[in-house]
Design a binder for this molecule. Structure first.
Ligand code: ATP
Ligand code: MG
Length: 586
């Protein structure tokens, strides 16, 4: 480089150095600035991060704020709604308060009313209790009075019965007891569709009390029946065999006192005659001795009672003889006759009139018996021969009238000792029948039977008294019983003989001069009982069933007619000598 060039060179060199130092300073400055820039960038990044963070925080806060705003709005609307509800509730509470105040007032008023009502009621109850006490005292007094009146009534009833009995004895009335049997299964075998389908009572006959029968029938389409019938005694369906026998018993005392006695069962077929006289299943034979609950009928009970009474006074033991007959188809058959030819059906006999006017069956077999069981053995034998035939009404129908006669023969008491002996003999004379008999004997002195002193021939004197127990065959309506052939003839004979019996009672009650005893063998045989001096008891048996109404009314009519018969007082059998009483045939 030129000399002029060497100054330039140092200048440039200086200048370059200068510039280089400037560059270096600038580079340092740049490095410093870059460092500063980096720091600033870092800070910027940091601030950016912070800004970003703040922005998201702001967003979150703004969201929260928005949420809070919404919540505030919701809360405000809920609060305003709640305000409405609270106001409504307040109104309700006020209304409730006012209504409960009203209720309380009402309740208090009512309470007051009730309390005063209770006070009044208590006062009234107190008064009632006092009245009740007074009434109770009155009731006790009235009950006492009623008991007195009932006792007096009972006494009067007994007196009336006793008087009635005496009257019956004095007038010689036939006693009629009516027995209504229970309704039985065969009563319902009715052809009548009205009865079968309806609830109308099948019972038309009722025992109103122990003396009255009521027949009441109000079946549609039939005439109304409402009628009462009175008898000495009425037995309802529930009354036992022993109750029936209880009323028959005093007659046995009369028998031992020397009176003739007859007990006869009358009624339509199936009405309970054989049941009353013999008991159920009479064919099997009643078994003695009786137990008190047994169903045995009058005949076995009478047998036992008779021998019991006899055993009470062995010194006068009468001789007891039995005969048994049946009246079948208007013929009399002796059921005790040991005839080999006619043993099966008995032997035909005829009615005779004895010298003393008594009717008897000629040649009648009779057997002496010494005990009730022996007597019943004979009855059993007789029953096996008795005619029977089933009918539509009654499967075990008796087709004949059965008459069992028990004859008591006692040696007559002497005049001076008779009354003492007789009165000592039978405590049963304390019965009404016995008392009536005795009082009559003393009051009617001359007419009373007196034992006759022994006759000059030295024959012993005896008193004979007869007990006749009669189980009649039943009346029946031929159309209803459905019989044909020989049974039809039996039925016709039964009905005819029962009609003859009713005719005899009719003639006796009207005191006609002619009594048609001989229209039938039955009435002829029973002549002494019906019109004579025997004590006669008719047990009228009736069915309670609607089905048998016509026959029941007919039977009750018969009973009423029998009650009207007045035969004069029954008399003791007078003593007779052993040879007396020879019979002559009629
Ligand atoms: N009081 C009663 N208690 C219970 N059963 C009775 C009574 N009376 C009758 N019977 C029954 O009624 C049925 C008919 O009675 P029962 O044989 O005595 O009639 P009846 O009147 O003798 O008839 P019939 O004239 O045809 O011989 C029998 O089965 C009998 O046992
Ligand atoms: Mg019978």
């Amino acid at each position: 480089m030129p000399a002029g060039g060497g100054r330039w060179g140092s200048f440039w060199e200086q200048r370059t150095r200068q510039l280089q130092s400037q560059v270096r300073a600038k580079e340092d400055k740049i490095a410093e600035l870059e460092t500063e820039n980096a720091v600033l960038l870092l800070k910027l990044a940091e601030y950016k991060g912070k800004i970003e963070k703040s922005r998201s925080e702001a967003t979150r806060i703004s969201t929260l704020y928005n949420k809070q705003q919404r919540l505030q709005r919701n809360t405000r609307s809920a609060l305003s709604q709640l305000d409405g509800v609270i106001q409504k509730l307040n109104q309700d509470i006020q209304a409730f308060h006012s209504s409960s105040r009203a209720l309380l007032r009402d309740y208090q008023d009512e309470y007051q009313d009730r309390v005063s009502a209770i006070v009044t009621a208590v006062q009234r109850t107190r008064q009632s209790a006092e009245t009740l006490l007074a009434c109770q005292a009155k009731v006790v007094h009235l009950e006492q009075a009623l008991q007195d009146v009932s006792a007096r009534h009972q006494l009067e009833r007994q007196r009336r019965k006793a008087l009635h009995n005496s009257l019956v004895e004095l007038r010689g009335n036939i006693r009629v007891h009516c027995r209504i049997r229970p309704l039985l299964p065969f009563d319902s075998e009715s052809d009548d569709p009205v009865l079968q389908s309806s609830s109308i009572s099948r019972e038309v006959a009722h025992a109103v009390d122990d003396e009255t029968v009521l027949v009441k029938c109000d079946r549609p389409g039939h005439p109304l029946i409402n009628k009462t019938y009175h008898f000495e005694r009425v037995y309802g369906p529930a009354e036992s065999q022993s109750a029936v026998f209880g009323d028959v018993c005093p007659l046995l005392t009369s028998l031992l006192d020397g009176y003739n006695v007859c007990v006869m069962a009358y009624g339509q077929t199936g009405s309970g005659k054989s049941y009353t006289m013999l008991g159920p299943h009479s064919d099997d034979g009643p078994v003695l001795p009786l137990d008190p609950q047994s169903d045995l009928g009058i005949i076995p009970r009478a047998a036992e009672e008779l021998f019991r009474l006899i055993s009470e006074n062995p010194s006068r033991s009468p001789k007891v003889e039995v005969s048994i007959v049946e009246v079948y188809n208007n013929d009399i058959f002796d059921l005790l006759a040991k005839d080999t030819v006619a043993a099966v059906s008995g032997v035909k006999r005829e009615v005779m009139t004895a010298k003393d006017g008594r009717t008897e069956v000629a040649l009648l077999a009779s057997e002496a018996v010494g005990s009730a069981s022996k007597l019943m053995e004979l009855v059993r034998g007789g029953l096996q021969l008795r005619a029977k035939h089933p009918t539509l009404v009654h499967a075990d129908s008796s087709r004949s009238h059965l008459i069992i006669t028990v004859t008591l023969t006692t040696a007559a008491c002497s005049d001076s000792t008779a009354d003492q002996a007789c009165s000592a003999t039978h405590p049963g004379e304390q019965t009404e029948a016995g008392r009536a008999g005795r009082s009559r004997r003393t009051s009617q002195g001359a007419s009373a039977p007196q034992p006759v002193p022994g006759d000059p021939a030295g024959r012993a004197e005896q008193v004979q008294a007869r007990l006749q127990l009669v189980d009649l065959a039943g009346s029946e309506c031929i159309g209803v019983s459905g019989v044909t052939g020989s049974a039809l003839r039996e039925t016709a004979c039964i009905n005819r003989s029962l009609a003859a019996l009713a005719d005899v009672l009719g003639a006796l009650s009207e005191h006609r001069s002619h009594i048609p005893y001989r229209n039938s063998r039955l009435t002829h045989l029973l002549q002494d009982c019906l019109g004579g001096d025997a004590k006669l008891l008719v047990i009228l048996c009736i069915s309670p069933s609607q089905r048998h109404l016509a026959q029941t009314l007919q039977g009750l009519g018969f009973g009423i007619r029998a009650r009207q018969v007045q035969r004069g007082p029954a008399r003791k059998r007078p003593p007779s000598s052993q040879m007396e009483g020879k019979r002559r045939p009629d």
